[in-house]
Design a protein around this ligand. Structure first.
Ligand code: AMP
Ligand code: GLY
Length: 425
């Protein structure tokens, strides 16, 4: 089977690494891929947004299965276009992907079907939004409706801050059309969990639990990023909580989408806030998390390809996924300055040494190769160093040994990834 993976970050590196282990697969291509991915797949220089070129490539190479990593091509309708051409593709279509690409759509869906989420209101008009902010008491959370590369959600502790944020989004249009509408919602306390499942539109096959670290700095301080590290399993998700998440969130959402005529096939990711036994949905994503995919895929024993292939062909998702009875921790190494401006081109040494460490893999995000064949930093999030251990403390110690061995003056990382899990074990 010939597989094409769309994307070029750490998540797609982990996917290509995992897919390369499948005995069903004879060739892997990745568009655009990156220098780390090129060890497992043939990288093809096509942008994830260039859907027509991707269609032409899949036809010319007779690709049997295309797997989409990031949300942008899904929200642009890559699945609809491939299906029009009778090409197999794994992921939700454009209408279903709206669960991520429009926060207004997803909040209204949750409200209509009683799926637990923060109290909210949506606004098209700046003055109405400001008046509402003056009525309800901060802290509150303002969310641009559309995709904004993880930057469109701002927590506001005071009324003035909230009004400034509304100015930026609705008047100065810092997120362009993504900020035409906003959701304003109550601020929730608790601990975040990523709950990710495969679905064929009716049946769900949940993955093991995981937890991301969205904030830039230790102790969850500083601005939000795309994710600075993740671990799996997340021991806060007890078997009881797992059941409750399936009953209160995952099953009702898949049913609701079907009821709305938007049957959802692919990966459904619920970003949850857990406060004791209380579960609330912060957001839905229409794809694997990045960096959650890295620790999850390292722990996955089952071949991932048959399930993705079945779902892409409209088959029934059944059976369980088998997992290694290990914990895994991924620490993201990012360019200093990220999520703001940063410099590129710094050389990174000793990645090969780290890849030789037992149970450790370095997944590449923003890297490239210079003319002398050195790996250099070329993006915001640069590496996702990921380690397996018999338990979370052992995985933490293995991953930081690896991270500290990577030699690059321009990379920053959090030093507390996984610490939150320790209080539960
Ligand atoms: P979202 O993209 O909606 O998941 O928001 C990004 C991040 O903002 C989340 O991962 C949370 O850390 C934070 N966040 C979003 N909504 C809320 C909320 N209602 N209360 C507290 N934090 C939130
Ligand atoms: N790690 C968060 C996300 O993928 O959206």
């Amino acid at each position: 089977m010939k597989v094409l993976v769309v994307g070029g970050g750490g998540r797609e590196h982990a996917l290509c690494w995992k897919i390369a282990k499948s005995p069903l697969v004879t060739a892997i291509y990745c568009a655009p891929g990156n220098v780390g991915i090129s060890k497992h797949a043939t990288c093809v220089d096509i942008k994830v947004t260039d859907i027509e070129s991707l269609v032409r490539f899949a036809k010319a190479e007779e690709i049997d299965l295309t797997i989409v990593g990031p949300e942008i091509p899904l929200s642009l309708g890559i699945v609809d276009r491939f299906q029009e051409e009778d090409l197999n593709i794994f992921g939700p279509n454009k209408a279903s992907a709206e669960i991520e690409s429009s926060k207004v759509y997803s909040k209204n869906l949750m409200k209509k079907y009683g799926i637990p989420t923060a109290f909210f209101s949506t606004f098209y008009d700046y003055d109405d939004a400001v008046n509402w902010v003056k009525e309800v008491k901060p802290p509150l959370v303002i969310k641009a409706d559309g995709l904004a590369a993880g930057k469109g959600v701002i927590i506001c502790r005071t009324e003035d801050e909230a009004i400034d944020v509304l100015d930026d989004i609705m008047r100065s249009k810092i997120f362009g059309d993504s900020g035409k509408r906003v959701v304003i919602e109550e601020f929730l306390q608790g601990e975040e969990v990523s709950f990710i499942a495969f679905t064929d539109g009716e049946n769900l096959i949940p993955l093991e639990s995981s937890q991301d670290h969205k904030a830039l700095l230790d102790g969850d301080k500083g601005p939000n990023t795309g994710g600075m590290g993740a671990y799996s399993p997340a021991p806060i998700v007890t078997p009881e909580l797992h059941e409750a998440i399936m009953d209160q969130v995952m099953m009702p959402t898949v049913r609701a989408l079907k009821e709305e005529g938007r049957e959802y096939k692919g990966i459904l990711y619920a970003g949850l806030m857990i406060d004791g036994s209380d579960i609330k949905v912060l957001e839905f994503n229409c794809r694997f998390g990045d960096p959650e995919a890295q620790p999850l895929l390292m722990r996955m024993r089952s071949d991932i390809v048959p399930l993705m292939s079945t779902i892409s062909q409209g088959g029934v998702a059944q059976g369980d996924i088998e997992w290694y009875d290990k914990a895994s921790v991924c620490v993201v190494m990012a360019s200093k300055g990220y999520p703001g401006d940063y410099k590129k081109g710094f050389q990174i040494d000793r990645i090969d040494d780290v890849n030789k460490m037992d149970g450790v893999l370095v997944f590449h995000s923003g890297t490239s190769e210079d003319d002398d064949g050195n790996i250099v930093a070329n993006g915001g999030r640069v590496l996702g160093v990921t380690a397996l251990g018999d338990n979370i403390p052992e995985a933490i110690s293995a991953v930081y040994k690896a991270v500290n061995h990577i030699d690059c003056e321009s990379l920053y990382f959090r030093t507390d990834i996984g610490q939150k899990a320790l209080k539960y074990i």
